[in-house]
Design a protein around this ligand. Structure first.
Ligand SMILES: Nc1ncnc2c1ncn2[C@@H]1O[C@H](COP(=O)(O)OP(=O)(O)OP(=O)(O)O)[C@@H](O)[C@H]1O
Length: 390
């Protein structure tokens, strides 16, 4: 069965409205066509119903087509708009394209052109919807699970801070979820549609870090065979996440400090500076105050980075979240493996809740994966005792 495509025609001239409706309904039985007489009525209908495509006249009483487009895109950004432009408003038609309209057709509408545009518009609509679903799936990977007081407090903080441009330093021991916090700060920010670039500062040898972060020009050093942008440039308009910042060498810290102070970077070997617009998030499992006292971390850089501090609590301090995390991981792993999720018995959950997890949620996830592979259909307390290795 073909999927129904819901189309709304917003047009004040009743003759054109009727003709358009008739043409579309005759073209395909899968087109379900609604009509509205002006922008205001159109907006009410868009609020109440999810349309795949809206065909809207530009000149209309009460609310014109451009206003309708802007208001509708705010409510339902994925709605595809085709504008109908009359003699005098070709320029407006071009403007509406910039405001997110898919296409425009001129009055009186040419039949073939109209049907092709509608078909193309509906194809685009399908792609946009699929894309949104995929993005949601990917973003779900970064959901922070937990309802304990410390986690709720962290989520509230993320919500407040994400909207701002403030730099954030995320601290906490290994595997507590610092990376998830950084992803959420990006996803809930205005920069969400722009790149999120992650740099693991501990994994890059100190002699390469400058080129990795700031890029290089051809010939800057032996292996620099061509110009290459660094992570700061790649993150332009978006967010850079400097993970394990406590492991960065002192010379590299000086360069990062300059980038933060001036919003400028210089590729290794280049003469000119490049302006960058990047939000900086950093994380560490080290006690940076101690690192500063021992001369391994620059105090000025610390103050640049830690405008907002988010301390992620370790799992032992939020044991109440363990059952939720267990269910989450069981589902997530079953999903990855394409199998049916197993069930943990109450006793198994209780036992896992009592173990000493230090901070590491990654370890908890590994244990769940092991239990799924080695345990029975229903994961029992005995399975936990045998395979959890705690
Ligand atoms: N609250 C949570 N809800 C769901 N999954 C979580 C949560 N916290 C951590 N995880 C999962 O645990 C693993 C480790 O988390 P993450 O990589 O964010 O930790 P980290 O603190 O950045 O670790 P590291 O210090 O080793 O870089 C990831 O698989 C992550 O998805």
């Amino acid at each position: 069965m073909t999927k129904v495509s819901k189309i709304l025609i917003v047009e004040d001239e009743s003759s054109i409205r009727r003709v358009l409706k008739k043409i579309l309904e005759e073209e395909s039985s899968s087109y379900q066509v609604d009509v509205a007489e002006d922008g205001e009525e159109g907006l009410e209908k868009i609020k109440a119903e999810d349309y795949d495509l809206v065909i809207s006249d530009i000149k209309m009483p009460k609310m014109d087509g451009e206003e309708l487009l802007v208001a509708a895109k705010k409510l339902k950004p994925e709605t595809v708009f085709v504008m109908i432009s009359g003699h005098g408003d070709l320029e407006t038609a071009v403007t509406t394209m910039r405001l997110g309209a898919f296409d425009y057709i001129s009055k009186p509408p040419d039949l073939n052109r109209l049907l092709t545009t509608v078909r193309n518009g509906l194809d685009t609509s399908k792609l946009v919807v699929e894309n949104t679903i995929l993005k949601k799936k990917v973003n779900k990977k970064y959901d922070i699970i937990g309802e304990s007081t410390p986690i709720v407090r962290i989520k509230e903080m993320i919500e407040k801070v994400a909207q701002t441009e403030a730099r954030v330093l995320i601290t906490g021991s290994n595997g507590t979820g610092k990376e998830l916090v950084a992803h959420q700060l990006h996803l809930q920010s205005k920069r969400a549609a722009q790149p999120f670039i992650e740099v693991n500062c501990a994994a890059i040898p100190s002699e390469l870090i400058e080129s990795e972060l700031f890029g290089h020009v051809k010939g800057a050093f032996t292996s620099a065979v061509k110009d290459r942008p660094g992570k700061f440039e790649l993150a332009n308009s978006g967010t850079i996440f400097l993970d394990e910042i406590g492991d960065m060498s002192m010379p590299a810290q000086a360069k990062v400090l300059r980038a933060l102070q001036e919003n400028m970077i210089t590729r290794v070997g280049a003469e000119k500076d490049v302006k960058v617009d990047v939000r900086v998030l950093a994380a560490t499992n080290k006690d940076l105050k101690k690192e500063i006292a021992e001369g391994r971390f620059r105090e000025d850089l610390y103050h640049r980075l830690a405008v907002i501090l988010i301390e992620v609590p370790c799992l032992n301090d939020r044991r109440d979240d363990i059952p939720l995390l267990l269910t989450h991981f069981v589902k997530q792993i079953a999903n990855e493996q394409g199998t049916v999720a197993k069930v943990l018995t109450e006793e198994a959950i209780q036992l896992l809740k009592e173990y000493d997890w230090t901070g590491n949620i990654r370890e908890l996830r590994n244990v769940v994966e092991r239990l799924i592979i080695l345990g029975g259909k229903e994961i029992s307390k005995e399975d936990v005792e045998l395979f959890a290795n705690k």
